[in-house]
Design a protein around this ligand. Structure first.
Ligand code: S3P
Length: 174
């Protein structure tokens, strides 16, 4: 059974929607960021602080290679997973990509609720960082067959939308 792979920028709802989606589909759930933290035995901000982004990206590649080989999972990914073609190749081998999007102002509000957890958005101008990174990455997120803008809809509505779009894609009747 194929995995459902949630892609998208920080704060688009991948983890929370992914968990609910897994319940809805009766699938198992994994979050690549949590997998990295388990491997490194450290929280992500600590990995960035101690070893820097490039080390984090290596751990991310390892974590992705591992979970991409599993079957029947809903996989929630970190927002930067799309930057490494090896990640996309591994996840795409047995996965259906679903991209979640949200407007920059909505992303800012959501990530501010847990300030400190996103090392890439630290600094005096988080909205500027969000806009810049979104511009660099939107081409990667745009490639997914299923896209859902979560800016103005509740979690349950996003889940319903994803289930419907996947059913249409795969011809399943869930
Ligand atoms: C990152 C997103 C984060 C986490 C790390 C880097 C990114 O995950 O992987 O801080 O490059 O966009 P979330 O998208 O789950 O916040």
């Amino acid at each position: 059974m194929k995995n459902i792979v949630l892609l998208g920028f920080m704060g688009t709802g991948k983890s929370i929607i992914g968990r609910r989606l897994a319940v809805e589909l009766g699938s198992r759930f994994v979050d690549t960021d949590h997998h990295i933290e388990k491997m490194a035995k450290k929280r992500i901000p600590q990995i960035f602080a101690d070893e820097g982004e490039s080390h984090f990206r290596k751990l991310e590649e390892q974590a992705v290679a591992e979970v991409a080989a599993w079957e029947g999972y809903v996989i929630s990914t970190g927002g930067g997973v799309v930057l490494n073609p090896k990640n996309m190749e591994a996840l795409g081998r047995n996965g259906i990509f679903v991209a979640l999007t949200a407007r920059p102002e909505v992303i800012l509000k959501r990530v501010q609720r847990r300030a400190g957890e996103r090392p890439l958005l630290q600094g005096p101008d988080p909205l500027g960082n969000i806009t810049r990174l979104l511009t660099e990455r939107e081409k990667f997120y745009a490639d997914s067959k299923v896209k859902v803008d979560t800016s103005d809809i509740h979690i349950e509505e996003s889940v319903r939308c994803i289930v419907e779009r996947i059913s249409q894609l795969t011809g399943a009747t869930t």
